[in-house]
Design a protein around this ligand. Sequence first.
Ligand SMILES: *Cc1c(COP(=O)(O)O)cnc(C)c1O
Length: 389
Amino acid sequence: MQGNDHLETRCLHFGEEQEHPYGAVVPPIVQTSLFTFPDLDSFFNRALLDPERYYYTRMDNPTLNMVERKVAHLEGAEQALCFSSGMAAISAAILSCLRAGDHVIALRTSYPPVLEFLQDYLQRFRIGVTLVEGVEVAEFEQAMQPHTRLFYLESPSSLVFRLQDLEAVAQLAKRHGILTICDNSWATPIFQNPLSYGIDLVVHSASKYLGGHSDLLGGIVVGSRADWMERVHRERTLLGSILDPFAAWLLLRGLRTLPIRMERHHRNGLQLAAFLAAHPAVARVHHPGLPTHPQHELARRQLRGYSGLFSLELHETEDTRVKRFVNALRLFRIGVSWGGYESLITAFPIERLDEQHSRWLIRLHVGLENAEDLIQDLQQALEQAEMSS
Ligand SMILES: *Cc1c(COP(=O)(O)O)cnc(C)c1O
């Protein structure tokens, strides 16, 4: 496809220029573990004869390659690599940057399994970690140590939706020879391209919006430095954490509708956030698209849109009432994860006040349903929990 095509067009066609067998419109799933050669000479000289030649699916596979070319293009990068989950992608990206004794600065609000990996698992390799809120660039500067090798970012973070100023943090990192990784699962390449702000590697949980149908697990690492992506590729090959071809094919299907889905998540999310922000039962809404968000100006500058995931706090602190509200919802199903077609809710007590009272953080994923239906569902559940006045 031509480089001047618009995003929607590129999501559909980029990386799939080849004619498929039988003229099939959808590419085949190359569900094979290995690739064979016509004779021993071509087997031994495969790299010379054709550097693109496939060998073994733990290293590379044509179905994955189609996804990788598409995502790299959408992120404005040279290269992307698919992994078996978001955590597989994130751990490989982090490992590609670190050696024993290094120091990492991450966010207090990072995705919890990432914090466990950094603080607990990597402690075995004497990796030190300092956590910051990440709202001010100065926090990173103050937390820096002589062996600081990596800033691990997630903007916005996926619990309270705090942002980092990606351009300013990347500039600080570059001045000190520090690498930067940013989790872009929330915004997707449709709404944000961290590489364009100078970030070194972007990671995605493809299990969220990129897949978009809640039927696959996957992850992606994106970057432009060939030497660095070679290291990430080596992590993937040695740890054996490559994506399965069938999951890659499902992911390719998901990517085709990414722009149109994100447009709807953006619209529905803002509509529901505005409804909740105006509701007397709601104490706070954490959504970077609301003018009341403390970093709204930065959000407008850094993001082209907002996805469907945000959180809120209720005035109600009585556990049984909060549970009654959540259980009374019909369209929002209770469950972790997000980014699929469906609306979801989870609730976490963030502060225990006494035996029966907690302050609760409620996280909503606003799906592709009709926004009026979703608002009505919230309204009836708030009424059932007697929180409507
Ligand atoms: C889910 C998630 C991940 C991990 O992805 P998996 O595919 O579940 O391994 C990483 N980062 C964020 C922000 C997530 O929400």
